[in-house]
Every structure is written in structure tokens, then in C-alpha cells.
Ligand binder design. Structure first.
Ligand SMILES: NC(=O)c1ccc[n+]([C@@H]2O[C@H](COP(=O)([O-])OP(=O)(O)OC[C@H]3O[C@@H](n4cnc5c(N)ncnc54)[C@H](O)[C@@H]3O)[C@@H](O)[C@H]2O)c1
Ligand SMILES: O=P(O)(O)OC[C@H](O)CO
Length: 413
């Protein structure tokens, strides 16, 4: 029998780590849900902000003539005006979003950690969090990217987070353009979460008490017993399973599909950014939708090949066809997202994408650049370049060693 959430002594406290364009958008929707589900979640949502000084522009309703152009702390601006004027301007945030510049303080006592920042910062951020998170905290990574370890192994970001912090972490990814969701236009997403066996209370959705004590085994993304032992979520909290993540992320304008394929969801989100850059290059070169479609199709084949080659035990290929985290994300990323838009601009202006990232994005990041570098470095070390011609074309163009016009040659039989 399912025990009503209200009968548990404690509630889940939620922290979002990251406050960029998507980080702030996800904080907004999660805070709407903690407000609407007071039986399960504490109302306030902590949002860790990488602190910076920001000048409020004159045309902003929050411009204060007495302060003028004097820079102010971004956290103070968010907490005073309930708006992230730098990374998500003109979107009202619920007042229960609390911006916090201290990472240890923001994650203190939180049972749910939502990771949402550009992937290149993951090492430093996890290092700062280590020793400050609850042993029974659970994570969801909304970050699109992968890491390559020092011994040149590929690691999913949710695996990296889980191993570094000693917790279980799932992944959220989909065809999601932050500003559209912040404006509450409808879209879908996919969350992959394999509820650890120690958190299952008397079966998949029953709420009887979990087994106590630490050192519980669970399987990693490769289907192997993880080297991280888990502490179960204590019995005086509501259980943390698919239903609770639906409550935390689902909104009338944000449809959530819960799945178990962390590999497919993570790789789809990370690798499509390489393909989006390729599409931007092709379109910037003056070619049209037929060329772009060829790039998208070949890109998806390389993503699937990558999954088959490096995660053969656990990949569920239907994710790429059926989920928002698969073809859905590929289509939106290659037609309207930042990696596509700004790589197209780079070719049109005859400058590098890195230059465009510096001059046009006001601090936002193009994840496709670093993902291409990491993935191609990893593949090169294994001598399998010929299996991934599109990924390497993007790598070569980023280096200035390949021309966009050369892409078709790479596929000639
Ligand atoms: N923006 C979108 O539409 C969107 C949608 C879905 C997924 N994503 C993914 O979500 C993740 C986060 O993207 P975003 O759009 O929130 O970020 P963003 O592109 O807006 O990046 C800016 C963020 O990086 C932070 N930052 C800068 N320097 C830093 C440092 N040294 N250490 C830590 N943080 C630093 C800034 O404070 C800011 O919060 C990415 O992996 C992205 O691919 C983005
Ligand atoms: O704007 P991008 O290129 O970072 O992509 C945003 C999302 O990943 C699209 O689903």
C-alpha cells in the first residue's frame, strides 16, 4: 500500500547547482513544483550561482538611477528582483528561488541535487561539493556533455557526479530550448533514473521502510556493480522514485517521460551538439535543408555507433527513436539552438566559433566545442577515426584544418 507523502516526518530539500540560461529555467519550473507539492518538498529551492558582478541595463525595469551603472552581485539582484537579469532576462522567477553564492551552503541538507551548468566546470564544482552533500542525496544531471578521464576513458556526467560525490545520479535531456520553456511554451523532456535497489520500499512503488545502513550496491551505466556504495534515503523522507521526479519536473508546459536508459539519454544530449555545430557550418556555407538533413542523419548514425561501441551492455537504442532526448533533441538543436545558430554565424562572418562564443554569447557557452574536442581526443586515442567521419570533420573545421566544402568528400564511397 502506498503511504501518503504527508505522513512522512521530513520533506525533500532541493538545490539546483547552476544558474545559466537552462539552469535558471529549470530552477523556475522546479520551484513552481515545490510550491505545488508541499507534502513532498520543502518550498524554498536553493540555486547556486557562480557569483559575478553585473550592471543592470538602463532599459531594464530594475534599473535604479541611484545605483546607475555600478555593478551589483548577481545573487543580490536575483534575490531582490526575482529575475536573473544576465542569463534569463525578462522572466519572473518564483520568490521561493533563493540565489546562493556559496556552494557548500547551497547544497547543505539537500536530498535532491540538480546539476545544471556548462560541463567544462564539472570537475571544479564537484570538488567543492565533496564532503558537503548528504550521503543519501540523489542527483539529476541536466548537463549536456561527457567527460574523458585521465586514463582516457569516456564517462557520462551522471556517472562522474555519482562516483565523485558517492551518490546516485540520473540524467535529464530533451528537445529543450530554455527561453521557450521559461516562457511556458509546451515541450517534452526525458529523465533517465534507475531507482537504486536500496531506495525501493517494498517493491517498485510501495512505501515501506528501506533497509537501513550504508554500503548498498547498485549498477552503473555499464551494467556493472558500481564502485560507489549507496546510503539509502531514510524512511522518514517520502520515497524517491519515478513518481516523485515527475512531481518535481513535470509542469503543464513541460511533459516528462521517465525511462531507465541513462546511456541513451546522456549520449543523445551530449553528442547532438557536435552534429548541431556541423549543421551550422553547412548552412553558414550557403547550403540548404537537404545538406542539413544528410548531416543530421549521419550524425545520428555516429551517435548510435558510439553508444554501441562504448556502452554495448546497456544502451537501449529505442531511446534515440522514441524519446525527446533522441531525434527530438537532434532536430531542435540543428534548427534553432545556440550551437547551430552561432556556428552558422561564424562561417557567415568568416571567424572561428570560439571567437563568436566570446563576443556574442554574453557568458553563455557552446557545449559542442568542448564536446567535440573531448570525444575526438578519446576516439583518436583508440584509432577509430574512420568510423566517425562527421565528428572528425567538425574537429578539423574547429582547428582550421578542414574546410566546410570538404564535408561531402568524407562520405564519398
Ligand atoms: N540553454 C538551453 O537552452 C539548454 C537547454 C537544454 C540543456 N542545456 C544544457 O544545460 C547545461 C547548462 O547550460 P546553461 O544554458 O544553463 O548555461 P549557459 O550557457 O547559460 O552558461 C553560463 C553559466 O556558466 C556559469 N559559469 C561561468 N563561468 C563559470 C565557472 N568558472 N564556474 C562555474 N560556472 C561558471 C555562469 O555563471 C552561468 O551560470 C549545458 O550543458 C547545456 O548544454 C541548455
Ligand atoms: O542552445 P544549445 O545549442 O546549447 O542547445 C540547447 C538544447 O540542448 C536543445 O535541446
Amino acid at each position: 500500500m502506498t503511504v501518503p507523502a504527508a505522513s512522512f516526518g521530513r520533506k525533500h530539500k532541493v538545490t539546483v547547482i547552476g544558474s545559466g540560461n537552462w539552469g535558471t529555467t529549470v530552477t523556475k519550473l522546479v520551484a513552481e513544483n515545490t510550491r505545488d507539492h508541499p507534502d513532498v518538498f520543502e518550498r524554498d529551492v536553493q540555486m547556486w550561482v557562480y557569483e559575478e558582478n553585473v550592471t543592470i541595463p538602463k532599459d531594464s525595469p530594475h534599473y535604479d538611477a541611484a545605483i546607475g551603472d555600478q555593478p551589483q552581485k548577481l545573487t543580490s539582484i536575483i534575490n531582490k528582483y526575482h529575475e536573473n537579469v544576465k542569463y534569463l532576462p525578462n522572466i519572473a522567477l518564483p520568490p521561493n528561488v533563493i540565489a546562493n553564492p556559496s556552494l557548500p551552503d547551497a547544497v547543505k541538507d539537500s536530498t535532491i541535487l540538480i546539476f545544471n551548468f556548462p560541463h567544462e566546470f564539472i570537475g571544479n564544482i564537484c570538488k567543492q561539493m565533496k564532503g558537503h552533500v548528504l550521503p543519501y542525496a540523489r542527483g539529476i544531471s541536466c548537463i549536456k556533455g561527457v567527460t574523458v578521464t585521465e586514463d582516457n576513458e569516456i564517462e557520462l556526467l551522471c556517472e562522474y557526479i555519482g562516483d565523485t560525490l558517492g551518490i546516485y545520479c540520473g540524467a535529464l535531456s530533451g528537445a529543450n530550448i530554455a527561453i521557450e520553456i521559461a516562457n511556458e511554451e509546451w515541450c517534452e523532456t526525458t529523465i533517465a533514473y534507475n531507482t537504486p535497489p536500496c531506495d525501493l520500499r517494498g517493491g517498485a512503488n510501495g512505501n515501506s521502510a528501506p533497509s537501513n545502513g550504508a554500503d548498498h550496491d547498485h549498477k552503473d551505466a555499464r551494467g556493472l556493480v558500481s564502485k560507489t556504495k549507496l546510503t539509502p534515503v531514510p524512511a522518514d523522507y517520502p520515497p524517491l522514485d519515478h513518481d516523485e521526479f515527475q512531481k518535481l519536473f513535470g509542469r503543464p508546459y513541460f511533459t516528462v517521460s521517465m525511462v531507465s536508459d541513462v546511456v541513451g539519454v546522456s549520449l543523445g544530449g551530449a553528442l547532438k551538439n557536435i552534429v548541431a555545430i556541423a549543421c551550422g557550418f553547412v548552412e553558414g556555407n550557403g547550403w540548404n535543408n537537404t545538406a542539413k538533413t544528410a548531416v543530421m542523419r549521419r550524425g545520428m548514425l555516429e551517435i548510435i555507433a558510439f553508444g554501441r561501441e562504448f556502452f554495448p551492455e546497456t544502451i537501449q537504442e529505442k531511446t534515440f527513436w522514441e524519446e525527446s532526448a533522441g531525434w527530438g533533441d537532434m532536430i531542435v538543436s540543428c534548427t534553432s539552438a545556440r550551437n547551430w545558430r552561432y556556428s552558422k554565424m561564424a562561417v557567415e562572418r568568416g571567424v572561428t566559433v570560439q571567437e563568436i562564443e566570446r563576443t556574442e554569447l554574453n557568458g553563455q557557452k557552446l557545449q559542442g566545442i568542448s564536446t567535440t574536442r573531448e570525444v575526438c581526443g578519446f576516439l583518436r586515442a583508440r584509432g577509430v577515426e574512420s568510423k566517425y567521419p562527421l565528428f572528425f570533420a567538425v574537429d578539423g573545421i574547429l582547428d582550421g584544418k578542414v574546410k566546410v566544402e570538404d564535408i561531402p568528400k568524407l562520405f564519398r564511397k
